[in-house]
Design a protein around this ligand. Structure first.
Ligand code: 3PG
Length: 210
């Protein structure tokens, strides 16, 4: 992981997910998150325009570290990399993407939820993985169990994380950061209420510092 990404996550260990179809809305959402203190943002590739949204955020904002999530294939990884993604997140572990990211020197967080998957990631040289879907995969107790075995691994729980359980996840030493969509609720975005997003981001930062 780059030093910059690592120090940003140490300061505010929360990675909000943006999944907008409209690039202009994606930019406003990213700005609202940054205003609340979150500067590492994952844009999920779950709609046709998601990549354009990520490109717009990269082009039109300053000081953010922007990554691509829901990257399913190595071709998609190459494409988001070409568009400027500074890290890549996948829901699962595909060796080919891990090798590509390693060769390119781009941080990669593949989803893992079993000891076998974490061990495969470890064997591929990865020391940071996503733990997904965090709440359904056993939550904090499961992460404690995985952390006690894989002592060098750091985890990014995502999936079912919210303001109500963020502190519990972040209390674990081997949790690098938590990711989630609770910071970018579609109702607020539809209303154009970016202040609500800034408030959620500030609240997450306060919990993380708490
Ligand atoms: C992900 O892509 O990591 C998850 O879909 C996020 O899950 P959440 O919506 O519960 O935060």
């Amino acid at each position: 992981m780059s030093t910059e990404l690592s120090s940003r996550l140490a300061a505010a260990p929360v990675v909000p997910l943006i999944g907008e179809n409209d690039p202009a809305v994606a930019v406003k959402t990213a700005e609202a998150l940054a205003e609340g203190g979150l500067s590492v943002i994952e844009v999920v590739m779950r709609s046709d325009a998601a990549q354009q949204g990520m490109e717009a955020i990269i082009a039109e904002t300053e000081g953010l570290i922007v990554g691509a999530g829901t990257v399913l294939t190595v071709d998609q990884a190459k494409s988001v990399r070409d568009s400027g993604a500074q890290f890549i997140v996948s829901p699962g572990l595909v060796d080919e993407i891990a090798v590509y990211c390693r060769d390119e020197g781009i941080p990669f967080f593949p989803g893992t939820m079993t000891a076998g998957e974490v061990q495969r990631a470890y064997a591929l040289g990865l020391r940071e993985v996503k733990f997904f879907p965090a709440s359904l995969a056993g939550g904090v107790p499961m992460l404690k169990a995985l952390g006690s075995v894989f002592r060098e691994m750091r985890f990014m729980p995502t999936g079912g994380v919210s303001a109500s359980n963020l502190a519990e996840f972040l209390a674990l030493d081997h949790v690098l950061a938590c990711g989630g969509s609770w910071l970018t609720p579609s109702e607020a975005i539809e209303r154009g209420d970016y202040g609500a997003i800034t408030k959620l981001a500030s609240e997450a930062v306060a919990i993380a510092n708490g």
